[in-house]
Design a protein around this ligand. Structure first.
Ligand code: SF4
Length: 485
């Protein structure tokens, strides 16, 4: 469907003379004449009123894992329902979701419609207790986020907001009461970086992050380290210093690996030793929980007790497994408090297991390759009867399969993550009338739009799994900010 048809009056409208309006949702404060759209391409001026074109319109709903969102200290391993909008109030040169974040590139096939009620019904039916507002920045989906988050709260469902937080204080005041968990992406403590690579600016992001922290919300911060741009030691020091000075040493900080994408393809993935160096620096400076992201086979993504060193949560890619972490957020070895929330969501961790039914099923396999550690499976039940699809690890010798129920005419998308380095692949079994596609997920919070069956097009070219590119052009290299005073 197209997102350009229906619209509704938007919040944070400022009406101006001559039928002009100003949007006070993001710090751009776009001023629009009648018929014009704002920078984001999804809010505009209709007959002198500020409207949103994307209430109830976004990309396909997707069941994922909370680790997808750079949230490690809230219900590790919990299932989430990821909700991605279209359009964005930024235009980051390396955006991995550019085909849906930049309104002009959005294809009708990627736009789906839903209501707040239908989202809650889907989450409850699939035993999901966290809604995640993610992929493209949810700021420009403001009205729909709030309407749905209110209903979620009533249904006992948490709301997670993954954002670059380029948002006005006024808009954040509207949002804060409805969100429980914030994953804030701070790109760099560097104004020049923001201006050149995101088209936004830094101060509103820092102000919003401080406000979220002061409001006592669950907060984790992530920092994408771009090869040769923001992956040096000074950048890590600036980031850790800002978190320490303005938030607190207990706030988790994630240094995230970058892959070439969108307008920054002529480069390579962030070298892992630079990420590891950033982690050492941030820990030495006093941060208590520092992780690497988009790196699979390393202890740098697992959680350890800062008192006795025992492993609390083991992670491989997006897969998390509780080790000595106890439900009261203490270390099972030394008994000290270790800063985790919502450990009572254990019942929403896993899909149920069953044996395969007698009816004939079509089987597909997927072999893990390169750096890919997760895939999305999209399955549509075109019939008016409920059914199920099934999956398991290739190495699983038992007769048990995980089951995903599908309601009549439901289309459901879900993530399957590689659980360890040795695992070779997956098996999926489904009735022959199910229409299904597999999508390779390049990095976390990536929403792929081209399935394996369609092939990887020139537009979806990526560093994965093998990319022999050149380093980033000289003109894009930036001098990073001075150290914090
Ligand atoms: S949300 Fe969109 S229309 Fe509003 S100020 Fe930001 S970019 Fe402009």
């Amino acid at each position: 469907m197209s997102f350009k048809g229906e619209y509704q009056i938007a919040n944070l409208e400022q009406r101006l003379p001559n039928n002009e309006v100003r949007c006070n949702l993001s710090p751009r404060n776009c001023k629009m004449k009648e018929g014009q759209l704002g920078f984001c391409g999804v809010r505009g001026n209709r007959d002198g009123r500020l409207v949103t074109y994307t209430f109830g319109k976004g990309v396909h709903l997707t069941e994922e894992l909370i680790e997808t969102e750079a949230i490690y200290h809230f219900a590790p391993g919990a299932k989430i329902l990821s909700l991605g909008n279209i359009g964005c109030n930024l235009n980051c040169q390396y955006c991995q979701n550019w085909k849906t974040s930049q309104a002009k590139f959005v294809e009708d096939k990627d736009v789906h419609s839903f209501t707040p009620e239908s989202i809650i019904e889907t989450a409850l039916r699939h035993n999901i207790r966290v809604l995640s507002w993610t992929y493209n920045d949810p700021v420009v989906w403001h009205e729909f986020v709030i309407a749905t988050a209110k209903l979620a709260k009533k249904a006992g469902i948490y709301n997670l907001y993954k954002s670059a937080c380029f948002i006005t204080e006024e808009a954040l005041d509207e949002l804060l009461p409805h969100i429980d968990i914030f994953s804030v992406s701070i790109k760099a403590i560097d104004e020049a970086y923001y201006r050149k690579l995101t088209t936004g600016w830094l101060q509103p992001v820092l102000d919003a992050t401080k406000k979220i922290y002061k409001a006592g919300k669950h907060l984790e911060v992530s920092n994408l380290m771009i090869t040769d741009v923001s992956d040096n030691e000074q950048s890590a020091r600036n980031m850790a210093g800002w978190v320490l000075e303005n938030l607190g040493p207990e706030i988790p900080l994630h240094f995230v690996r970058f892959h070439p994408e969108y307008r920054m393809r002529d480069t390579v993935r962030t070298p892992i030793d630079r990420l590891e160096r950033a982690q050492v620096i941030a820990k030495e400076m006093g941060l208590q929980h520092v992780y690497l992201g988009n790196v699979a086979n390393t202890d740098a993504t697992s959680s350890f007790c800062n008192f006795c060193g025992s492993k609390l949560v083991h992670r491989f890619g997006l897969a998390a497994h509780l080790e000595s972490l106890k439900q009261d957020s203490s270390c099972g070895n030394c008994g000290k408090a270790v800063h985790f929330n919502a450990l009572d969501l254990q019942d929403s961790l896993e899909n149920s297991e069953t044996t395969l039914p007698d009816n004939e099923l079509v089987r597909h396999t997927y072999e893990w390759r390169g750096d890919i550690t997760s895939i999305h499976v999209q399955a549509k039940n075109p019939t008016n009867k409920a059914t199920s699809i099934y999956y398991r690890k290739q190495s699983d010798a038992s007769e048990l399969w995980k089951e995903i129920p599908l309601a009549a005419e439901e289309s459901f998308r879900f993530i399957l993550a590689k659980p360890n380095a040795e695992e070779s692949g997956l098996e999926i079994a489904l009735p022959d009338f199910i229409v299904s596609n597999l999508f390779e997920v390049f990095d976390r919070a990536h929403f792929p739009t081209i399935s394996i069956e369609e092939g990887v097009s020139e537009n979806d070219r990526t560093a994965l799994p093998k990319f022999e590119g050149k380093q980033i052009p000289e003109k894009l290299k930036l001098s990073l900010a001075e150290p914090n005073p």
